[in-house]
Write a protein that binds this ligand. Structure first.
Ligand code: PGA
Length: 252
């Protein structure tokens, strides 16, 4: 049985005081919830204070990106060593905003995923097609190529520690969610891809999240689908009340 997994991607939101206010409220609402992995991904500047506050909490910490080198002359970058040092259990990589605004490629994502795994951090690897690609009938091919490029060189043991997030670009921040059936079709395809590359055992064990306008109102319909194990939540994770409702709805 895969454990439900709800992660909040705060993107470029929240100063340190605002971040602490949010996790304090969230902790009050979800502490004691069992049988669900609860993760927050604050911006880099808030990771350390949030980590200190979350000591002993069920809520786990994620970063939103990283570079693949351990240290060196890479102005502006943050390494997996630094993320492990502040207590990140997870790190999002290959988010569509990174791919589209910052030109990140699946090859970059593969190097980041490798580096994170080497430092004991589970990558949350994002994939997803644009509206144009979906309308052209290319959604499965685009996602398949992203999976190949980002994950194919991992070992079976490494793959078992990866979380995949399917986030159709047209559903991110737009208020348009993929229907549970549309999302399920892609999630089943992702699990099938993993089965072919890494074997059925790993494929049945890995967590596959859906992301794109997830709200308290639509989480249950999505979670009812066989291959949807959780959600990567953007906008609705910025308020403790809505994120806590998604956690509770996701738990079923
Ligand atoms: P959204 O963002 O929930 O605001 O659509 C999801 C994401 O980008 O991870």
């Amino acid at each position: 049985m895969r454990k439900p997994f709800i992660a909040g991607n705060w993107k470029m939101h929240k100063t340190v005081p605002q971040a602490l206010e949010l996790v304090e409220e969230l902790r009050g609402l979800v502490e004691g919830e069992e049988g669900v992995e609860i993760v927050v991904a604050p911006p880099f500047t808030a990771l350390y204070p949030v980590a200190q506050f979350l000591k002993g909490s069920v809520i786990k910490l994620a970063a939103q990106d990283c570079f693949w080198e351990e240290e060196g002359a890479y102005t502006g970058e943050i390494s997996p060593v630094m993320l492990a040092d502040v207590g990140c259990a997870y790190c999002i990589v290959g988010h569509s905003e990174r791919r589209h605004i910052f030109g990140e490629t699946s090859q970059d994502v593969a190097r980041k995923a490798r580096a994170l795994l080497d430092h004991g951090i589970s990558p949350i690897v994002c994939v997803g097609e644009t509206l144009e690609e979906r309308e052209r009938g290319d959604a499965l091919k685009v996602v398949g190529d992203q999976l190949e490029g980002s994950l194919e060189s991992l070992s079976v043991e490494d793959m078992a520690r990866v979380v995949v997030a399917y986030e159709p670009v047209w559903a991110i921040g737009t208020g348009k969610t993929a229907s549970p059936q549309q999302a399920q079709e892609m999630h089943a395809y992702i699990r099938q891809w993993a089965a072919e590359k890494f074997g059925g055992d790993v494929a049945s064990l890995i967590t596959i999240l859906y992301g794109g306008s997830v709200k308290p109102e639509n989480i249950q319909g999505l979670m009812a689908m066989e291959d949807i194990d959780g959600a990567l939540v953007g906008g609705a994770s910025l308020k403790a009340s809505s994120f806590a409702q998604i956690v509770k709805g996701g738990k079923g």
